[in-house]
Design a protein around this ligand. Sequence first.
Ligand SMILES: Cc1cc2nc3c(=O)[nH]c(=O)nc-3n(C[C@H](O)[C@H](O)[C@H](O)COP(=O)(O)O)c2cc1C
Length: 343
Amino acid sequence: MYKQIIRPLLFILPPEFIHNLVVSGLKFFFRIPGKKWIIRKISLVINPNLEREIFGLKFRNPVGIAAGFDKQALLYNELANFGFGFVEIGTLTPLPQPGNPKPRLFRLPKDQALINRMGFNNIGVDEAIKNLKNRKTDIIIGGNIGKNTATPNEQAAQDYLICFEKLFDYVDYFVVNVSCPNISNLQELQDKGNLLEILGKLQLSNNGKQNPKPILLKISPDLTNNQLDELIEIVDETKISGIVATNTSTSRNNLKTSARDLEKIGNGGLSGQPVRDRSTEIIRYLAEKSGKAFPIIGSGGVFTPEDAIEKINAGADLVQVYTGFIYEGPLIGKKINKRLLNY
Ligand SMILES: Cc1cc2nc3c(=O)[nH]c(=O)nc-3n(C[C@H](O)[C@H](O)[C@H](O)COP(=O)(O)O)c2cc1C
């Protein structure tokens, strides 16, 4: 029903408008008495065989919502009712910022993909905390953190630290986002020196806490094998808890969307089916090269249960969906979990 009726209607209007409409619609919908019960009845797959204990946290199932979907921590309570095992909120920055001018989100239906250059639009960490205080779900919540666009890279570590310290009591794990292609020069923070500084500062603060929390690093699918080798060393040196592989790509290779349309869209990070294989390749490389030394969250082009299984077989402990949710609908988590049970 989603693909035949709902999706064609939603796809008539601009994607960011629809995203905001769906967020408001879902918030309203779940306020109607009895609706939460119905959605949970339809969507939840509860089974001990789906549970995972990864970096010291217990996930009710391994399928989560990737960062960017609930940037402002507005919808995680509602998303939990659709049967996801975890939701990663953010990317949040210390100060609120509007992001890039609109339009900044584009559908590529021929490729089952999206291109976005949102640019870390978010309400800032303080406002997001107000939303996180309203937590009504016991699923795992991750906090994806970044730096403000105006903050120069030399001071980036401080921005990550501010977000980390402020969010510490409100999320279960952290993801350091240095791989968004839509903030100028952000990806330079993926260099070893910069990463050691940022992750070192976060770990220093983390280790001073009574119960330190897992910190993961989110990486780009456009990294070379040499850079991935370096990353394995960085995980080892900084003792962070794992990697999220991967973010969106700047590549436009092998797309069915015409060159003219791509030119009209312009810059941005590509997500969805075209990044699936590269993201899986990176997961496999990291897992094999490191001897599966750390947990990996697989993100990139997960649309079907088979996509999720492919990532798990490559070495992912958990998977996340974003573009797959848009193209496959809100029952994507249920479908993957049902199949994982029989796998
Ligand atoms: C519109 C949009 C916004 C996104 N915003 C963020 C973000 O703020 N932080 C982040 O780490 N990743 C962000 N992502 C990347 C996703 O979390 C995910 O890693 C990527 O899209 C690949 O997964 P997918 O193919 O399932 O979409 C965004 C993706 C999209 C499509």
